[in-house]
Design a protein around this ligand. Structure first.
Ligand SMILES: *[C@@H]1O[C@H](CO)[C@@H](O)[C@H](O)[C@H]1NC(C)=O
Ligand SMILES: *[C@@H]1O[C@H](CO)[C@@H](O)[C@H](O)[C@H]1NC(C)=O
Ligand SMILES: *[C@@H]1O[C@H](CO)[C@@H](O)[C@H](O)[C@H]1NC(C)=O
Ligand SMILES: *[C@@H]1O[C@H](CO)[C@@H](O)[C@H](O)[C@H]1NC(C)=O
Length: 230
């Protein structure tokens, strides 16, 4: 067997790549758990999510849910989000950044970017800029003085990028428009508590085809695969 003919190698290569695609590198037992839904409080989720009793191969690596005291959360790019709702028909979820939701002024003031290859902000939402470390001698629209942080200003444009040293963006509904002289912190915090909606970008058609051929939709790392139980 030291000198395998080329055709034999090709055959082996084809065999293994087909085998790999059809049955995934997972055990039958693990796959069975992909048919069970994640359950936490009033949230249920199947593919493309994992977490709880659903093994990691049942979902995209960025879509692993956690459950603590009936509250669902997800960690995306090292940022912690609370999950308020998952609509499995449209593959959308409503999330809040936990730290901003609890207290805006106590937040870390960093932009939490959602990886665009898997998340898409729904059109009802937008990015809003927050400026901080601002020159306290200058006037700012929509500003609020956070204890220990000085003036913070919320703006739809980049007006203050020269007079403030820090800035980050956050997601709010398009209906939220900061225009008053003073920023209404209560209103902003209530808006952040409502969260925003993102759509999960997966190949739904491939998964439907997989299911109708009695396969189980899963992931191998970030690659969507169709697994067969037998
Ligand atoms: C789930 O429960 C939370 C609070 O327990 C509530 O705010 C939310 O509206 C509920 N969601 C659904 C879809 O029933
Ligand atoms: C979670 O919800 C269940 C069912 O509604 C309830 O029985 C249980 O006490 C809740 N647990 C916590 C930690 O809130
Ligand atoms: C914000 O942080 C300060 C100092 O750590 C603390 O005293 C305050 O209670 C916090 N506020 C909220 C709403 O968590
Ligand atoms: C701030 O917003 C809250 C909630 O929307 C509202 O009840 C309150 O009257 C507002 N405060 C001011 C000073 O406008």
């Amino acid at each position: 067997m030291r000198y395998l003919p080329n055709s034999c190698l090709v055959f082996f290569f084809l065999f293994f790549s087909l085998f790999h695609n059809l049955s995934c590198a997972s055990t039958e037992k693990e796959l069975g758990w992909c048919q069970v839904q994640f359950q936490c409080g009033n949230i249920t989720a199947g593919f493309p999510f994992s977490g709880g009793i659903r093994p990691q191969l049942c979902g995209h690596p960025l879509l692993e849910l956690h459950c603590f005291k009936n509250t669902t959360s997800i960690i995306i790019s090292n940022n912690f989000y609370n999950v308020h709702n998952i609509d499995q028909t449209s593959n959308t979820l409503r999330i809040t950044r936990a730290e901003l939701q609890d207290s805006f002024c106590n937040g870390t003031f960093t932009t939490a970017t959602l990886p665009p290859e898997i998340f898409e902000l729904l059109p009802a939402y937008k990015n809003l800029n927050v400026f901080y470390l601002c020159d306290s001698k200058l006037p700012y629209l929509s500003s609020y003085t956070c204890p220990g942080r000085g003036p913070v200003s919320v703006s739809q444009n980049l007006d203050y990028q020269n007079s403030c040293q820090g800035s980050f963006t956050m997601n709010v509904p398009k209906s939220y428009v900061p225009e008053e002289k003073e920023l209404n912190l209560t209103q902003l915090e209530n808006t952040l508590k409502e969260g925003f909606e993102v759509k999960v970008k997966i190949d739904e058609k491939a998964c439907q085809e997989c299911s109708s051929s009695h396969g189980i939709c899963g992931f191998e790392n970030t690659k969507q695969v169709c697994c067969n139980e037998a």
